[in-house]
Ligand binder design. Structure first.
Ligand SMILES: [Zn+2]
Length: 228
């Protein structure tokens, strides 16, 4: 399958030289190279809470959250090309969730299950094969982490996943808690720094994750592998 895709790209793009400098297409050669260095069996992509309510215009907007969608889509393309699992978590609150201000919580009503605000952003190119993890579904319990009383750890273990790459929002809440829980569960954790956004620009959540053992990379770190 992979070989035939390379063939098609060579036809369409006139060879492998064509990939450099292109912003929105990742060639199969690029995918092959980055896989050999950094990704392999045992890796999975976790995309945290890329839902309408967390986007600009939503009820709990994370500034510029929509700007990372094209980057996340590139990571999705890479993981799909390798046949690696892609997980998408979502806040999936009941209408009377404890985190909402009406119940004394700190957040406006957001991501109420089965509403438009809870849907993934329409530009996010989630494959049909993506595993969707719903969290914070109990009216009386808050849950920032995608591992918090969900089946995520079991789903990863049954696929023999050892390393998770994490993207999404918000860096200071659900991304951070998901990353730290992944460490607790014994996974190697790689934060995709160009594919996350926080409620603030404070970098201390990233520093905290790094101090605890989370590795941080950007898309160009994968691209740079080509020139080694
Ligand atoms: Zn929430």
């Amino acid at each position: 399958m992979h070989r035939s895709r390379v063939g098609r790209n060579e036809e369409r793009d006139g060879g492998m030289e064509g990939w450099e400098g292109r912003d929105n297409i990742i060639s199969d050669e690029y995918v092959t190279i980055c896989m050999s260095e950094m990704l392999g069996d045992g890796s999975a992509l976790i995309i945290v809470d890329m839902q309408n309510d967390f986007m600009p215009g939503g009820s709990l907007p994370v500034p510029d959250a929509d700007k990372i969608i094209p980057v996340i889509n590139k990571y999705i393309e890479i993981f799909m090309a390798k046949g690696l699992p892609i997980i998408a978590s979502r806040d999936w609150h009941p209408p009377n969730h404890i985190s909402f201000r009406q119940r004394g919580g700190i957040w406006p009503v957001h991501c109420v299950r089965d509403t438009l605000g809870a849907k993934f952003h329409p530009d996010l190119k989630l494959p049909r094969s993506a595993i969707v993890i719903s969290k914070a579904t109990d009216p009386n319990r808050e849950a920032y982490s995608a591992f918090d009383r969900t089946e995520l750890a079991d789903r990863l273990r049954e696929k023999s996943i050892k390393r998770v790459f994490i993207a999404g929002v918000a860096t200071d809440y659900c991304v951070k808690n998901t990353a730290l829980d992944a460490l607790e569960h014994g996974f190697e954790v790689i934060l995709l720094e160009d594919a996350i956004k926080g409620l603030t620009n404070d970098t201390s959540p990233i520093e905290e994750m790094k101090a605890k053992g989370v590795k941080v990379i950007r898309l160009e770190h994968l691209i740079a592998v080509k020139n080694r």
